[in-house]
Design a protein around this ligand. Structure first.
Ligand code: ASN
Ligand code: ZN
Length: 321
C-alpha cells in the first residue's frame, strides 16, 4: 500500500515533520504527499444521512457494489488528471481526502458536491440511472470542490454558469483523457449512459452542440443555449446556472478544437490557470473571455494560434466582439 509506505516514510523524515500541524487534541497530522490519493467511499443505504457507512478506503480491494467502485475509480481518474496535467494535489491542492457517498436517498435523481464531499443518488430508473455511471459526472462534482477552493464562483447567474461550465469542462477532459481522445474525436457529451433506456437522448449536456443532448416527452428538451443571443434571462435554476453554462461550454469546445490535439494539454491548461489564479467570485462571461485570452497569450504568446483560437471561440458565441 503506497499510502501506508509514504506515511511511514514521513515519520522518519524531518522536513516532513516541519510540515506537521498540531490538531485540536495535540496530535500531529501531516500533509499527505503529492500524488497520493486518499479516497473514502460511504454508503448512505438509501437514507439522506451523510456521510453514511464507510465501505471502501484507499487501497482496499473492490467492493461487490459497482456504485462504490465507480465512485472510487472515477474519483481516482479525476485526481490523476488534476495531478498529472496541472500539478494539483486534490481539491484543495493540499491533498484533501476525497469523500463520496453512494446510494443517497431513495431513487434520488441527482449528484452533488455539498461543500465537503460528493454525493450520488441511484436515479429513479425511469429518467436517470445511478449517477456514478458516468466518469464525467464524477469529475464534474469534484471540480465544484476545486472551484470552491479557487475562484469561488458565486452559484448564481453568469458567475454560477461559469462555475457549472468549469465543472463540465474538466468533466469532459477527464473522460477524454480516460479514452485517450483528441478534441476532434471526442463526443463532448456530459452524462453519457446516465439517461434511462426509455429516455430520448444521449446524455445530460453537450459542449459541442448545447441544446441537443435530449428531447423527451417526460424530461423535456435540453434547454441550453450556445450563443449569447439565446441566453436565458429568467430566475429558474439560480438564474440559469445549468442552462447558460452552454455558452462558455461551447466556447471551450470551439477553442479546444481549433487548437487541436488533446484538449487537456492546452485549452485545459488555459482554463485551469484562469480558474486557479485569475477569476474572482463575481466573474461574468466577459471577464472569463478576456481572462482566458490573456492567459493564452501568457502561456503560448500574444497572437499565437492558441490565443487566436480562444478569442475566436468567445467571439463566435457572442460574448465579445
Ligand atoms: N448535479 C448538480 C450539479 O452538480 C447538482 C446541483 O444542481 N448543484 O450541478
Ligand atoms: Zn454542477
Amino acid at each position: 500500500n503506497p499510502e501506508q509506505r509514504s506515511w511511514a516514510f514521513q515519520t522518519l523524515n524531518v522536513s516532513a515533520q516541519l510540515r506537521g500541524r498540531r490538531n485540536i487534541v495535540g496530535a500531529i497530522s501531516f500533509a499527505p504527499s503529492p500524488g497520493v490519493k486518499r479516497r473514502t467511499i460511504y454508503d448512505a443505504q438509501f437514507s439522506e444521512n451523510l456521510p453514511g457507512k464507510l465501505v471502501r478506503g484507499e487501497g482496499d480491494p473492490p467492493s461487490t457494489d459497482e456504485a462504490v467502485n465507480e465512485a472510487y475509480d472515477y474519483a481516482g481518474a479525476t485526481y490523476d488528471l488534476f495531478y498529472e496535467i496541472f500539478d494539483r494535489n486534490s481539491i484543495d491542492d493540499k491533498g484533501l481526502r476525497l469523500d463520496s457517498t453512494v446510494h443517497y436517498g431513495i431513487k434520488y435523481d441527482n449528484a452533488f458536491w455539498n461543500g465537503d464531499q460528493m454525493v450520488y443518488g441511484d436515479g429513479d430508473g425511469e429518467l436517470f440511472q445511478r449517477f456514478t455511471k458516468s466518469i464525467d459526472v464524477i469529475a464534474h462534482e469534484l471540480t465544484h470542490g476545486v472551484t470552491q477552493y479557487e475562484a469561488g464562483l458565486q452559484y448564481y447567474a453568469e458567475s454560477g454558469a461559469l462555475n457549472e461550465s468549469f465543472s463540465d469542462v474538466f468533466g469532459a477532459l477527464v473522460k477524454q483523457k480516460s479514452k485517450n481522445q483528441t478534441a476532434e474525436a471526442a463526443d463532448w457529451i456530459i452524462g453519457e449512459g446516465l439517461l434511462a433506456p426509455a429516455v430520448k437522448g444521449v446524455g445530460i449536456r453537450s459542449l459541442k452542440a448545447p441544446g441537443t443532448a435530449y428531447d423527451d416527452p417526460v424530461l423535456g428538451k435540453d434547454p441550453q443555449p450556445a450563443y449569447m443571443k439565446d441566453k436565458y434571462t429568467g430566475t429558474e435554476d439560480n438564474a440559469g446556472v445549468h442552462i447558460n453554462s452552454g455558452i462558455p461550454n461551447h466556447a471551450f469546445y470551439l477553442a479546444a478544437v481549433e487548437i487541436g490535439g488533446y484538449a487537456w494539454e492546452k485549452a485545459g491548461k488555459i482554463w485551469y490557470i484562469t480558474l486557479r489564479d485569475r477569476l474572482r467570485a463575481n466573474a461574468n462571461f466577459k471577464t472569463a473571455a478576456n481572462t482566458t485570452i490573456k492567459v493564452a497569450g501568457e502561456l503560448y504568446g500574444n497572437n499565437s494560434k492558441e490565443q487566436k483560437a480562444v478569442q475566436n471561440a468567445w467571439q463566435k458565441v457572442g460574448v465579445i466582439k
